[in-house]
Ligand binder design. Structure first.
Ligand code: KG4
Ligand code: ZN
Length: 334
């Protein structure tokens, strides 16, 4: 059994897992705290993690735990620090080995996380082409085998979720923007009335870019008066979302053609979006591949269960971390 902790961004999270099974899981979200700032403020996140971490861990029974796992990075440095400090403290107090996990590995394992009864019973069918889309990350990775990854594309500026959040802010829709945009777009059947540019569509690499799209959206909105903006808000949201998703789909399809890998995986906060899932299913179908998504809704966002599951595979390979040498790694790569 593994106790895992993740404090990489704005959720204070801990879990107890056994292999792929989650026996207990606690997530204390800070979204209400950060909402009024329109995004996550690192110093406020640190304070909130410190205030919550003991409460979150106290919810779990750690007597029978074999190892302690913690997210080392990437993420907000002051936030990561809180989880790592607590993990070290617990490892010393209970004399347990420590396992450091890359947060992105956690997202990659999220479709394979099971509940306490061992559901879903899905098996690994390597290799997978994984699109990670969250507020902080957008990347295409080949998941070759357990704990083996190859990054083949990533965003050169904003993340996809960040782009949706910024667009929502420009529309006065609050934070986080992804879920509101999804809802408004669905109300107009995801119609693409404005046809904003598809960034990087013609570039041959597998990278993404969303800052140009955001700028063109900004200037388009500037031309509208408030009344027009409100009257057309669903179409604006829908068209923006379509531009982001098209760009994700175009690059994923290029990656399928380049690598020959047909089994797809969509993970991260934006993978909660049902319309994006539908587009992904269609893409997989076109190439006769399969597609996996995080197995439960809470696994789309940040959580410690996925960190614990990665750690269970690391434990099998004796990949432990020296307590004294463990340090946060805000820009950690796969
Ligand atoms: O994985 P996550 O919880 O945190 C990070 O590691 O960043 O992702 C948060 C991001 C936010 O940008 C949020 O707007 C987006 O995921 N998001 C969505 C949806 N739910 C959350 N984007 C689109 N549709 C959704 N339903
Ligand atoms: Zn995340």
């Amino acid at each position: 059994m593994i106790l895992s902790i993740d404090t990489s961004c704005d959720e204070t999270a801990a879990a107890i897992v056994e292999g792929r099974k989650v026996l207990a899981n606690v997530i204390y979200s800070q979204v209400l705290i950060h909402q009024k700032w329109g995004g996550v403020v690192p110093s406020i996140a640190k304070r909130a993690h410190e205030e919550r971490i003991d409460w979150v861990i106290d919810k779990l029974k750690i007597d029978n735990v074999d190892y302690i796992a913690v997210t080392q990075g990437p993420g907000l440095a002051p936030a990561l620090e809180v989880g790592i400090k607590k993990a070290k403290e617990l490892a010393k107090k209970y004399n347990k080995k420590l396992i450091a996990v890359n947060h992105l590995e956690g997202h990659i394992y999220s479709p394979f996380v099971q509940n306490s009864k061992g559901n879903p019973k899905i098996d690994f069918q390597f290799p997978y082409l994984v699109l990670t889309v969250s507020g902080g990350h957008t990347s295409l990775v080949i998941f070759k085998d357990h704990l083996q990854y190859q990054v083949i594309g990533e965003t050169i500026d904003d993340a996809a979720g960040e782009a949706l959040d910024k667009a929502a802010k420009l529309l006065g829709l609050g934070y986080p923007g992804g879920p509101v945009i999804e809802r408004l777009a669905a109300e107009v059947d995801n119609i693409d009335r404005y046809q904003f540019p598809r960034p990087m569509a013609k570039s041959n690499d597998l990278n993404f870019s969303f800052s140009g799209l955001k700028t063109s959206f900004f200037y388009y909105l500037k031309k509208l008066n408030d009344r027009d903006k409100i009257l057309n808000i669903k179409y604006l949201a829908s068209s923006f979302q379509q531009a982001v998703f098209d760009s994700l789909l175009i690059k994923t399809e290029k990656a399928i053609l380049k690598t020959g890998i047909k089994n797809l995986s969509l993970v991260g906060g934006v993978s909660a979006n049902m319309y994006l899932r539908k587009l992904f299913r269609q893409l997989a179908k076109k190439y006769q591949g399969k597609v996996v998504f995080p197995s439960y809704k809470y696994l789309t966002g940040d959580n410690a269960a996925m960190i614990g599951v990665v750690a269970s595979y690391k434990a099998k390979k004796n990949l432990f971390t020296d307590i004294e040498n463990l340090d946060r790694s805000p820009r950690m790569r796969l």
